[in-house]
Design a protein around this ligand. Sequence first.
Ligand SMILES: C[S@@+](CC[C@H](N)C(=O)[O-])C[C@H]1O[C@@H](n2cnc3c(N)ncnc32)[C@H](O)[C@@H]1O
Length: 416
Amino acid sequence: MQDTLEVEIQEIVDAAHRYQQCLDVEGTSGASNGVVQPANLRESRRALLETLNKWKLIAAGPTEQWEQTTINYCAESCLNWLLQFDIPRLVPLDATTTYSEVAEAAAVPEQELRRIMRFGMTQGLFSEATPGQIVHTPYSAAFATNEDYRQVVLLQTGFFSPMMKCLAEATKAHDAPSSMNTAAFNIAMQTENSFYAHVAKTPELTKRFGSGMRFLAGADDTSPKFLVEYFDWTALGNAHVVDVGGSTGHISAALAKAYPALTFTVQDLPPMIAKANVSQLSPDISGRIEFVPHNFFHPQPETSRDADVFLLRMILNNWTSLKCEEILTNVAAIMRPGAVMLLNNFMLHEPGTVGKRAEALERARDLFQMAAMNGMERDLDGWNELVGKIAGLRIREVIRQPGSSQALIVVDKEAS
Ligand SMILES: C[S@@+](CC[C@H](N)C(=O)[O-])C[C@H]1O[C@@H](n2cnc3c(N)ncnc32)[C@H](O)[C@@H]1O
């Protein structure tokens, strides 16, 4: 045990050393403290947190885990409270303030504010280095300077969290997870609507999801950069891409910018296509992207028959396997041999093959899909099984995002 502990401690020292070296290079302010940070710093932070997390799990027994659960649920509610009252924006970025000043500006009782902020300080939000004098930390300042970050955390703490708490009720309410409207989300929100329909009908959520999408597009794990850079689009020449469930065209636009020889048809449900606006695309790409309303549970239009690529990005994780089979069958039916289907999704690693913190983040996405719409994230076996069910389709190649969880599954149609 002694030897093992010493080896593990050396691991922490090494990880901390690498993190410090990155901070020395990048500096400790500006981009280093922002939500978007240099890749080397992000990697060294992740490595250090992974090692510390391993130690946290070694050190904590059942009692300490129970204590941690207490901290976790308070931390989530405290964060939600601070963001709902926009407290980070009421603390100056470069000066101190007092509880009474912030309480007055936020129109909240000072005593409640003080108690909640002091809990927040145990979680890295704000600091009270001199009694009664409050200053920002980099974490709390990020909410003051980046509204998308504030909105996305409000979404997590105010919408996703209550939804996740209904997982057990959802399991009791349905025998098999085959229906969209028996998900934990339906129970939490007391609605028959699907997740996306509910979001579309709730202006506050629509706004928060817009922020969420912008935020995720900038985060390296979820950025379209992987799709743009890790597939050989140039080799396709003058190719036509059908972007199935392509939303308002942001992915096609990113690809069109990078590859002038490509043209695109973006398909989505009519309300989403109605929001898409060709005139807002820059002139260099606007002539190469068209928008067509199409429900992917219906057969593809004949106009798709000549397409070279069918892109399904972040679509199949939203649906049960049976529904995914319908979507894939509709695309496969119109694909000509030689055309390619690109599935850009997350791919779960095998259990225990990445650090527990990294695996927890991947599996959190999977549980989110379960709770929101009875969807799921899949591992390689899961993708093989799904694609293998569609006659004529064959996975040609799987490209994984280095050090992260996106994957690009290249699917061919065999000549019949
Ligand atoms: C998670 S978003 C992915 C959007 C885009 N592909 C991306 O990677 O950012 C899922 C998309 O599927 C669309 N969608 C949901 N049901 C659909 C259906 N039955 N037919 C077509 N599109 C649908 C939604 O409107 C939404 O734009």
